[in-house]
Design a protein around this ligand. Structure first.
Ligand code: SAM
Length: 363
């Protein structure tokens, strides 16, 4: 009778009854040496990274200016965006950070650059008078809309705005002040947004223009309201120069594929915006940033109209710079293409010459 093979589960726990397998021969031994295997794999990975990151010079096509507009990329990837990032965000604890940030939202809330609405499940609706979800990508916003309606079918005070955060926004529809003196939003949330917008400091300045400046003044007058705030969860440069080096080397290719510049200095962007940086926390070797921003000196001394006017002027300068950078980038690409064609023609000519020389005489 044939002996029954042991089941996989049982063999895991029982002592093997069969004869111990013979020791590996001297010739086979090295391939099972874990240290050697690790060293070889390490060298291989190192070599690939060296080729990919250090040796490989990115082409001009990869080096689009940092202010490239990535809306087309987001329109194209909206349908699979969540699937692409869900697992990674969960593993890295980003999902928890989202929850913690968004639960602080109160009053009239704007989520700018909302994307596919990855934060919408975390809002504490009893603290929220109204919610405005805004993005400049139609397809991303459509996903956010469908998600919100599924998650919060009862909630009536949510509206969706297709457009850029740089542009003026309608005021929130439902204010908690009585008589209604709503002049802007109490909380503005933006997550993973500074990596994908041109002029990130100006983006923050524009958000500040949408805040309730009057609310800040109420607090200054001794009121107990929390002044209007911008709450950010972002990713960017690390504490460590070796990691920044890797981020810099790969930034252009990553941006081309995902529409996101992962090597931006979020702290500097916040400082350059002119807003008050109330708190900054960093995780993941410093690459994940959680920031709380307020109006400059909480609105004291700076007039909203002046702020908006300065922001508008800076926008004009940025637009001119972006246009110029694009002209230069296109010119660089044209020259590179010309040089490549010349090189190909020369190579074809050389090949022809070699064939002529090698051709047997008289044929
Ligand atoms: C990387 S996604 C992040 C989306 C979302 N906030 C999240 O946390 O998953 C960046 C989003 O910002 C949007 N965006 C970029 N610049 C914008 C701007 N100036 N105004 C509005 N949306 C913008 C893009 O369309 C895209 O949906």
């Amino acid at each position: 009778m044939r002996k029954q093979a042991p089941s996989i589960n049982s063999s895991k726990f029982e002592k093997p009854r069969t004869r111990q397998s013979p020791r590996p021969s001297a010739a086979a031994a090295p391939s099972r040496n874990p240290i050697l295997l690790t060293a070889i794999s390490g060298l291989l990975v190192g070599f690939i990274l060296y080729r990919q990151i250090y040796k490989k010079k990115p082409s001009s096509e990869d080096l689009a200016p940092q202010d490239f507009d990535f809306s087309a990329r987001f329109n194209a990837t909206a349908g699979r965006y969540d699937e692409d990032v869900d697992r990674v965000e969960w593993w890295y604890g980003i999902t928890k950070l989202r929850r913690k940030l968004v639960q602080q939202a109160q009053g009239n809330v704007l989520e700018a650059a909302v994307g596919t609405g990855r934060n919408s499940e975390f809002y504490e609706l009893r603290r929220i008078a109204s919610l405005t979800l805004q993005d400049q990508s139609k397809e991303m916003l459509e996903v956010a809309k469908a998600k919100w309606r599924e998650q919060h079918p009862e909630y009536e005070h949510c509206k969706f705005i297709l457009g850029s955060a740089f542009e003026p926004l309608p005021l929130p529809t439902r204010g908690e002040m009585d008589p209604p003196e709503v002049d802007g939003y109490d909380t503005i949330i933006a997550t993973m947004s500074l990596c994908s917008t041109p002029g990130p400091s100006l983006f923050l300045r524009s958000l500040a223009g949408h805040l309730s400046w009057r609310r800040a003044a109420v607090q200054d007058d001794g009121g107990d309201r929390v002044a209007a705030r911008i709450l950010l969860l972002e990713h960017g440069r690390s504490y460590f120069s070796w990691l920044n080096y890797l981020l810099d080397r790969t930034a252009a290719a990553h941006a081309k594929q995902y529409g996101c510049w992962w090597n931006r200095d979020i702290g500097k962007i916040a400082e350059d915006s002119g807003l008050k940086v109330i708190s900054t926390k960093r995780k993941h070797l410093g690459t994940t940033w959680v920031l709380e921003l307020g109006l400059p000196a909480d609105g004291k001394g700076v007039k909203r109209q002046q702020w908006l006017e300065d922001t508008r002027q800076q926008m004009v300068v940025l637009e001119a710079e972006v246009a110029q950078a694009h002209v230069e980038w296109k010119e660089r690409m044209r020259k590179e293409e010309e040089a490549r064609r010349k090189e190909e023609d020369l190579e074809a000519w050389r090949r022809e010459q070699r064939e002529q020389i090698l051709k047997p005489k008289g044929s």
